[in-house]
Ligand binder design. Structure first.
Ligand SMILES: Cc1cc2nc3c(=O)[nH]c(=O)nc-3n(C[C@H](O)[C@H](O)[C@H](O)COP(=O)(O)OP(=O)(O)OC[C@H]3O[C@@H](n4cnc5c(N)ncnc54)[C@H](O)[C@@H]3O)c2cc1C
Length: 410
């Protein structure tokens, strides 16, 4: 049985970054990386942006050139899925029944796209946007499909809507709640993005629950039936309703968790010598008022990789990175810093009508997050305010002409 001093499961942002950092920090042991996807590690964010738009080829979204992994003695085992962990014996088993021993295991399994469960949801013509394979399948529809129904008004659904409408497609966006981005942002940002999409010709349907996918005799999706009986005729359905964290083998092996696998401040799971990082790791985050959360972002994947690796190498430093995220839609660049989950007040800086404004989130007077649209200065300067948990004068905060770094503390 092959043995690795450090075995990484998952070749997404978190797993790849863990391997890169181990070598950067002069780890001399053996490193193996098992990933269910057949590709070398690549960036996921372009999948719903420039890769879908055909503006960036796959080669340009690889996280490192192909030779990097050999050059740095990282043994890549691609197209292999870990199905079981025997934590006491420090070994894993893959779906092809290969066994690998480990000294330390870093689990970076991310998540799989959540699917619809209504009648018709297994029909042909339904697409998710999580992997290169998903998006290649969607791209293959572009020459022949004109009408796209997108289920889910989160970032991925909105980004896909922006690309498809720019490509001249007829797009209907279906959101079950009464506003887009409801899970991650305040109503001001939701209203702004809803209006932008409508202005670009996207038919946005809010408070619209999907009841069934209608199909033809060949079991191909032809429409989305809503709870009120409306049928949205379509050539393809894109389902962007979040992810289910990939933690099955960890939880089966006895790791604590539920929505993700629980980790401590060093990204250690409850299993000996097993870390978990990235989208699947449920951790207490001080930027979410100490709540246990999973953060789905490149920042979190990279920073948790550093936390786990540093702990492994005997330089422990608790995970305490300020969260940040971005989204590109049309000519809009949204940059967010902090987490808004625990806010009790919002202040808008600047005028959304100018398409350059920020929403500042406060909790008991402290700035906890900012969503900045085409306003990079606010994003950069607001980061310091989120980090310090500063309380500032509200009238100044609302005045978009006063730079955030010049605000007076109260
Ligand atoms: C379309 C899209 C757009 C995004 N846009 C942004 C953005 O603009 N900004 C941002 O910050 N974030 C964005 N994200 C989120 C970001 O990409 C994720 O947070 C990040 O990829 C998480 O990294 P991860 O390594 O935890 O998981 P993943 O990237 O999902 O990688 C997990 C890997 O583990 C593999 N795996 C899972 N289970 C097993 C197993 N049992 N055995 C072997 N391998 C396994 C999977 O196949 C996968 O390759 C976007 C995500 C998507 C899908």
């Amino acid at each position: 049985m092959p043995h690795f001093d450090c075995l990484i499961v998952g070749g997404g942002h978190a797993g790849a970054q863990a391997a890169i950092l181990l070598r950067q920090l002069k780890f001399e042991g053996s490193i193996g990386l098992i990933s269910a996807e057949p590709e070398l590690p690549y960036e996921r964010p372009p999948l719903s942006k420039d890769y879908l738009a055909g503006e960036k080829p796959f080669k340009r979204i690889l996280l490192r050139p192909a030779h990097f992994w050999d050059d740095h003695a990282v043994t890549m085992m691609l197209g292999e899925r870990v199905k079981a962990i025997h934590a006491d014996e420090h070994r894993v088993v893959t779906t092809s029944d290969a066994e690998h021993g480990y000294g330390k295991l870093i689990w970076a399994g991310g998540g799989v796209a959540r699917r619809l469960s209504c009648p018709g949801s297994t029909a042909h013509g339904l697409y998710t946007v999580r992997t290169r394979a998903d998006v290649d399948a969607l791209i293959a529809t572009l020459p022949n499909a004109q009408r796209y129904a997108i289920v889910g008004g989160g970032y991925i659904g909105l980004e896909a809507a922006a690309v498809l409408s720019k490509l001249g497609k007829q797009v209907t966006l279906i959101e079950a709640l009464d506003r887009v981005l409801a899970r991650v942002a305040g109503p001001e940002l939701s209203a702004f993005f809803e209006a932008e999409h409508r202005a670009h010709g996207v038919d946005v349907r809010l408070s619209a629950a999907v009841e069934a996918i209608e199909t033809d005799s060949g079991e191909r999706a032809t429409g989305v039936r809503l709870a009120d009986g409306t049928v949205i005729a379509t050539d393809a359905v894109i389902v962007g309703i979040g992810i289910v964290p990939e933690t099955g083998p960890l939880l089966l092996a006895g790791a604590t968790g539920g929505n993700g696998v629980d980790v401590d401040e060093f990204c250690q799971t409850s299993l000996p010598d097993v870390y978990a990082i990235g989208d699947c790791a449920a951790h207490e985050n001080r930027f979410a008022a100490g709540r246990r959360v999973r953060v789905e972002s490149v920042q979190n994947a990279n920073d948790q990789a550093r936390t786990a690796v540093q702990h492994m190498l005997g330089n422990p430093a608790p995970y305490d990175a300020v969260p940040w995220f971005w989204s590109n839609q049309y000519d809009l660049r949204l940059q967010t810093v902090g987490l808004s989950v625990a806010h009790d007040e919002r202040i808008v800086r600047g005028d959304p009508a100018t398409r350059s404004f920020s929403v500042v989130y406060l909790n008991q007077g402290q700035i906890v997050a900012l969503d900045c649209v085409n306003r990079t200065k606010d994003y950069v300067q607001g980061r310091a305010l989120v980090l310090s948990g500063e309380r500032v004068d509200r009238a100044q905060l609302a005045n978009g002409d006063i730079p955030l770094k010049e605000l007076t503390a109260t």
